[in-house]
Design a protein around this ligand. Sequence first.
Ligand SMILES: [Zn+2]
Length: 114
Amino acid sequence: MDDKFTLYNLKVEVVATDKPMVCRHKEGAYFLVIGEDLIFPETNSFSMYALSAILPLLPAKQRPLHANDWMLSDSLIACPDPNCGARFKITRIETQEFSHAECTIEPIHKGDKQ
Ligand SMILES: [Zn+2]
């Protein structure tokens, strides 16, 4: 049985603005999202407060979205510190196929709403 599904792999990168960064963000620092994994390059650090603001958006950005969905158009996330100018850009980098059976033991319900 074909149980494959496709997700986008993501790159989340620190982007500078004209407002100074007050946290320890480094412009260009990034991590990747592949399936359920966050992959941090060895030389990069990433603010846990910024990560907390970004995490809820990642599963949606991994999935195909309606063309009118704001979750598709909005890809620049602000730092949760209101005095900090950093932004975090979420970019879809490519698609990757996954197997349902390798992600869960729950059965596929063909009648579920998508
Ligand atoms: Zn910040």
